[in-house]
Design a protein. Structure first.
Length: 592
């Protein structure tokens, strides 16, 4: 079932207060110039390690970490306890060996540890301040940057940064981003990171990015500068490697000789793909404790090999050395062309966008009151985690943990906004108040349903759509402001209407017309530009908005297309006229 609406102006997002009641409307590669470097960077290393790095022909930076999912096969209540144990084990190892490093992947899990283990806070603070522990990324969660609403992504980072500053100090904010397992990364991500003063990014999930059938293509190198097509002057240094690579070499084997042989094979393969002296090699996997034998394994390698040395490092220090190398610059969309999770759990995608709208509106109108109160941005940041927004979890996890969190985010955001608008409305002597949260003046048709106000208080004409639903046009609502209404008239420059001819229905507003063909599923059989005195210009050469179903034997992580299963335009549809103008024309097509 689909609905097609036309109205004289289509702009979404006005907020209406009716007599104190709130109603919401709503790849190219080029060499990068080598930076001017007068000496090798020092990083977070003692003088002996710095000398070893300087004298070696090749250096592999080993980055110990543990990867943390919020909700997947288990829910957050279970996963957070596992992450707590990872941190406790890392604290134990770091206190025993001052060379030990551990990377804290996401602030959300460190916050949980902070609350659940207050007796370990002093150890955690000490290890962060002596830089044995570092944050891989300051965000609350590891976001799916191709799906999460932009403002939610911004707050995800800002809230995490605020928490780190509050508990550790500004100097411990990381300059790295960490996308170890996110399924996709927006082509705008380099710009976002550059403008956030984050120069480094680790991407740990290889993508089938060439075509829907995952056809082989030129692999990306293990280190490169990534730029956005829209802003080539803004770039980020990327370390690119499947995050389970070194984990598979070290954790799957128990014999040190076998571990080192497997690790050497991986390291040699990575160096074959780059001219860099340095390789960035994370060592960690999902909720795995850091290895106590890792320092001994590194020592054993270095005792036998002076040419290629292993160094335990934090991400920022490793990136500082990578930045001294002449690396390629690549402008590319890091998403695969198709990933099925774009369609999984649509409620998550909708809730993410709705919560962003409510929360940004609340922030704006709160300024009119001169207030600043807590809101639901923190929960929206939690939801930004790629497992949540992508919808790849088990069904029971979605129903028990994720869906309720999205619903609570929206309810909290709505309540917060409603309270703010109600306080503003109490100061205005008008029966109806219209709020505009955008930064430009607005005029448009809005719909009001439920308990209707006195219609004489609204601008005329009024279109009744049902017994408890009307449409009205409001004009010149100020930018980031509001307007009280009390009668008057509005101008309808392009009234809309419907013409039905047998099983075809045409919606027309004088600027454009569209025809739905009931004999062909309600697909568009015509879409025309209406150019005044000249002949209408047809825009379609075949059926438009034609829903098509394909066989797909893929899963939530990716699609695999087969034969066409069904097509809307090959079946008939029942067409119902829901509204016929002059403010709104709306048609519903139902097909099977």
């Amino acid at each position: 079932m689909k609905r097609i609406s036309a109205q004289n102006i289509v702009i979404y997002g006005l907020i209406v207060i009716l007599l104190g009641t709130l109603i919401m409307f709503f790849v190219s590669t080029r060499p990068a110039s080598r930076p001017e470097v007068t000496r090798e960077p020092v990083g977070n290393f003692d003088s002996e390690t710095q000398a070893m790095i300087a004298s070696a022909n090749r250096v592999v930076f080993i980055i110990p970490f543990s990867h943390w999912d919020t909700d997947w096969h288990k829910d957050f209540s279970a996963y957070s306890k596992l992450a707590d144990q990872n941190i406790l084990k890392a604290i134990q190892l770091a206190k025993q060996d001052p060379r030990y490093r551990f990377t804290l992947e996401q602030v959300l899990f460190v916050q949980h540890f902070w609350d659940a283990h207050p007796d370990s806070r002093a150890d955690l603070i000490a290890l962060v301040k002596n830089r044995q522990f570092t944050f891989a990324w300051a965000g609350i969660t590891q976001p799916e940057t191709s799906l999460v609403a932009p403002s939610v992504q911004v707050h995800n980072l800002q809230l995490g940064q605020d928490w780190i500053i509050q508990n550790f100090g500004r100097e411990y904010l990381p300059r790295t981003a960490w996308q170890s397992d996110a399924f996709g990364n927006s082509a705008a991500f380099p710009t976002f990171l550059t403008q956030s003063k984050i120069p480094y990014l680790f991407i740990g999930r290889h993508q089938g990015r060439c075509d829907p059938d995952y056809q082989k293509c030129q692999p990306l190198p293990p280190a490169f500068y990534w730029t956005s097509p829209a802003a080539p002057e803004e770039r980020v240094l990327v370390a690119y490697m499947s995050y389970l690579t070194a984990w598979g070499d070290i954790y799957h084997l128990t014999d040190a000789d076998e571990q080192l042989a497997k690790l050497r094979k991986t390291i040699n393969a990575e160096f074959k793909q780059t001219d860099s002296k340095y390789i960035f090699l994370p060592v960690g996997f999902d909720f795995f404790d850091p290895r106590p034998d890792l320092p001994a394994l590194i020592d054993r390698w270095n005792a036998a090999d002076q040419d290629t040395v292993l160094v335990m490092a934090d991400p920022d220090s490793a990136f500082q050395y990578l930045a001294t190398q002449e690396l390629p610059e690549i402008t590319i969309d890091m998403n695969p062309i198709w990933q099925a999770f774009y369609n999984t759990r649509p409620a998550a995608k909708i809730a993410d966008k709705e919560s962003e709208y409510y929360l940004t509106s609340a922030d704006k109108f709160e300024l009119l009151l001169g207030e600043s109160r807590l809101n639901a941005w923190d929960m929206a940041a939690f939801n930004a985690h790629y497992d949540n927004i992508s919808g790849v979890s088990f069904d029971w996890v979605w129903e028990k943990s994720q869906r309720p969190r999205y619903e609570q985010t929206i309810l909290s955001a709505q309540d917060n906004l409603a309270g703010i608008l109600s306080r503003i409305t109490s100061r205005i002597d008008a029966p109806v108040v219209i709020f505009n949260p955008t930064s430009w003046s607005r005029s448009q048709v809005i719909e009001i349903s439920g308990e209707l106000p006195d219609l004489s208080t609204l601008p005329q004409p009024i279109q009744r759509i049902g017994s408890d639903k009307i449409a009205v046009r409001v004009e010149n609502i100020p930018a980031l402001g509001y307007l009280g209404l009390d009668g008057g008239k509005s101008t309808i420059d392009h009234p809309v209407h419907i013409v039905q001819n047998k099983n075809q229905v045409t919606l027309d507003n004088g600027l454009v017309s569209v025809t739905l063909d009931g004999d062909h599923g309600g697909a568009f059989s015509s879409m025309k530009l209406l150019l005044g005195d000249t002949a209408p210009q047809e825009l379609l050469t075949g059926y438009g908005d034609d829903v098509t179903y394909w066989d797909d034997d893929g899963d939530v992580y990716g699609a695999s297309f087969g034969q066409e299963r069904a097509r809307e335009s090959k079946v008939s549809a029942q067409i119902n006229i829901l509204a016929s103008g002059p403010l709104i024309a709306r048609v519903q097509a139902i097909f099977m």
